[in-house]
Design a binder for this molecule. Structure first.
Ligand code: UT7
Length: 332
């Protein structure tokens, strides 16, 4: 956590995002699944989502977002000390997607690594980056939340495939005066609920065999109602905790960027925090749940639309598989 005693802070110098061009609508799903636009919209708020082209991997989406974030910050790849990628859908198990990006953008001065914290990945990533900047280990860190979830969706499972989409969000963080930038963060996990949202096959526990492929273990499994029960409580709790640690209340917050998993979860979080809808952003209707990319994409859209400005206090809050959850408080 930052505090007045610290010698420096860590701010967002640039924001960028990218979503693929291919749109998959609820009407498209009506043709192949026992589902309806009415069910999907009323239960989730999702109308359409973006899907990566077959030739686009996670690093490709990430590079598009990176170029935009670097341009926004007025920096070049050689200015970056560390590349940190939060993703559950890397190009391959290793090397890290961050290393692939490092090479392709020519970030010749950068260390690079991935982290996995599912939908909370961006909040986790920014917290790690902030610590590295505040400790003096790095001056500028590129933090990405990026997913190609379409590659791990079972398009025969109506309970999951209608929910998720692909996309990338990036921020360039840099050292700043203390009291500016990240004001606090709160991270938690509970692995006892790991099987509420997981991908069983393909790791060291259950390497893929023909039988496991037949059983569709290469795809995401989710118990949505189990997750739903915890989501609002965990997100509100994290938000309250990060505010309490900073000595602030929701009345001091200019804008809230919630993880976009379900419109009903977002509405529940905002109403319990007494935040009016005009102080927040919804994009789940257009891009679905993009997991770790959801918060930086929504933040990028908020900037583009003029909903946030320099100096605003922004609260970001996430919840996802793991379970993981957390909140981040930023003076933008
Ligand atoms: O990103 C972070 C982690 N993710 C979340 O936090 C997601 C949290 N969960 C949710 O958003 C909701 O639980 C869902 C949107 C996933 C599901 O909504 P729900 O109101 O909890 O529905 P349900 O899972 O209880 O299912 C209700 C019914 C079931 O039918 P029966 O068993 O009652 O006959 C499902 O089979 O809806 C059925 N159903 C569908 N029907 C039409 C599930 N998916 C669909 C579908 N179309 N696509």
């Amino acid at each position: 956590m930052t505090g007045p005693q610290q010698l420096r802070g860590a701010r967002f110098a640039g924001i960028g995002y990218y979503v693929p061009d291919v749109v998959l609508t609820n009407a498209d799903f009506e043709k192949t699944l026992d589902t309806t636009d009415e069910w999907i919209v009323s239960r989730t708020g999702i109308r359409e989502r973006r899907i990566a082209r077959p030739d686009q991997a996670t690093s490709d989406l990430a590079i598009e977002a990176t170029n935009r974030a670097l341009a926004d910050a007025g920096l070049t790849p050689k200015d970056i000390d560390i590349i940190l990628v939060a993703t559950a859908t890397p190009d391959m198990p290793f090397p890290s997607t961050a290393c692939l990006i490092q090479h392709r953008i020519g970030a010749t001065q950068a260390a690079a690594f991935d982290i996995t914290a599912a939908c909370s990945g961006f909040i986790y990533g920014v917290t790690i980056a902030q610590s590295l900047i505040v400790s003096g280990k790095a001056r500028r860190i590129l933090v990405l939340g990026v997913e190609t979830l379409s590659r791990i969706m079972d398009y025969e499972d109506r309970a999951t495939c209608v929910l998720f989409g692909d996309g990338a969000g990036a921020v360039v963080m840099e050292a700043c005066e203390p009291g500016d930038g990240v004001l606090g963060s709160y991270l938690r996990s509970d692995g006892s609920f790991a099987e509420l949202l997981y991908l069983p096959g393909g790791g060291s526990r259950r390497p893929l065999t023909e039988e496991r492929l037949r059983n569709r273990e290469q795809y995401v499994k989710m118990k949505g109602d189990g997750l739903f029960k915890y989501a609002v409580k965990a997100m509100v709790g994290a938000a309250m905790e990060v505010l309490r640690e900073a000595g602030l209340t929701t009345a001091d917050i200019d804008f809230v960027v919630p993880h976009q998993a379900n419109i009903r979860i977002i509405d529940g979080v905002l109403s319990r925090l007494h935040v009016p809808p005009e102080k927040s952003i919804i994009n789940i209707d257009r891009i679905g749940n993009t997991s770790s990319a959801s918060i930086p994409i929504a933040l990028g859209e908020a900037k583009e639309k003029g909903l946030i400005k320099r100096g605003d206090r922004i609260l970001m809050v996430a919840f996802g598989g793991g379970l993981t959850w957390g909140a981040l408080l930023l003076k933008y």
